[in-house]
Design a protein around this ligand. Structure first.
Ligand SMILES: Cc1cc2nc3c(=O)[nH]c(=O)nc-3n(C[C@H](O)[C@H](O)[C@H](O)COP(=O)(O)O)c2cc1C
Length: 277
């Protein structure tokens, strides 16, 4: 058992981190932007040669999308039972665009404007995928280039099911996902502008990304589940992240779903009934 005093201290520190109150010791803080230091790039540099990039389709009007907002909000829910069928490349492309797609550039190269909001338009996230079953893509790991709307193939993954399960703290149900989204955080992209205030804002930003994935999946009739219980160092290792200048911040498997699996879905929360909660 964790020492109660230590636990209380950790909880207090975490509360203080979340509080948006002025802390006297931060008086006089100046960001690197205030200090006129050069701005970091708007997205991570290409990880593979340009010629190898996979250009994603953008003809989203060809998708059969549920577009009634009331219906979408009612449909949005976490799905953990997947039927393992393939996503089309256009569906995956839509999910990438809905979560991090770039719609415009502010100024010459000051900020990207995306389908999600972000404090100061810093957009500190990078998207990685572990693809198991998407038409037109070989299984393996990928990096998304948001500005170009392209994918980079990073390599094959031995035993993808086991890799997914281990990376998500043993949540083995996720191994049937057609694709798993892994969002890393590149802290300096936000620290350049917000310094000591960057990190709380970035966590708020992550929520927008997750909610857009939920809504886009609901529009396509696909299932997803936000995952905070992931193994950070394990996820970092899959995508060769250094764990400091870039580290994993959020994950979500996506899969095909069936109305027949409602009972299996409900079983995840059987304990609520069993324990009379
Ligand atoms: C930030 C965040 C982290 C979550 N982490 C997990 C997780 O690790 N495992 C899991 O099974 N569900 C996870 N969930 C899903 C929640 O359990 C789910 O949203 C909640 O039970 C409400 O159900 P609903 O999404 O169907 O409305 C997470 C949700 C959010 C927003």
């Amino acid at each position: 058992m964790l020492d109660p005093k230590l636990q209380a201290r950790i909880i207090q520190e975490a509360r203080d981190f979340m509080k948006h109150s002025f802390k006297p010791e931060l008086e006089g803080f100046e960001s690197d932007q205030d200090l006129k230091k050069p701005q970091p790039p708007l997205q991570k540099a290409r990880m593979r040669p340009k010629e190898q990039a996979i250009l994603l389709p953008r003809d989203f009007e060809a998708l059969e999308l549920q577009d009634n907002l009331l219906e979408l909000l009612l449909r949005r829910k976490s799905a953990r039972v997947y039927t393992g069928e393939a996503l089309s490349l256009l569906q995956l492309s839509f999910l990438l665009w809905a979560t991090q797609g770039v719609k415009d550039i502010r100024g010459k190269k000051y900020a990207t404007l995306r389908t999600v909001p972000s404090g100061g338009a810093r957009h500190g996230f990078e998207t990685y995928l572990l693809v198991q079953n998407v038409q037109g893509l070989q299984p393996g790991k990928y990096h998304y280039l948001a500005v170009e709307h392209q994918l980079e193939f990073l390599g094959r993954v031995e035993d993808a099911s086991q890799t997914i399960s281990a990376s998500l703290e043993g949540q083995s149900w996720a191994a049937k996902a057609s694709v798993v989204f892994y969002w890393s955080f590149v802290p300096y992209r936000c620290e350049w502008r917000y310094g000591v205030f960057a990190h709380r804002v970035a966590l708020i930003d992550a929520g927008h990304v997750g909610q857009n994935l939920y809504l886009a999946c609901a529009a396509l009739g696909l299932g997803t589940c936000a995952i905070a219980a992931f193994d950070g160092p394990n996820c970092d290792a899959i995508f060769d992240l250094d764990g400091d200048e870039e580290f994993m911040a959020y994950t979500a498997p996506v899969g095909t779903i069936s109305a027949m699996d409602q009972t299996a879905e409900k079983a995840f929360y059987q304990f609520v009934e069993d324990e009379g909660l």
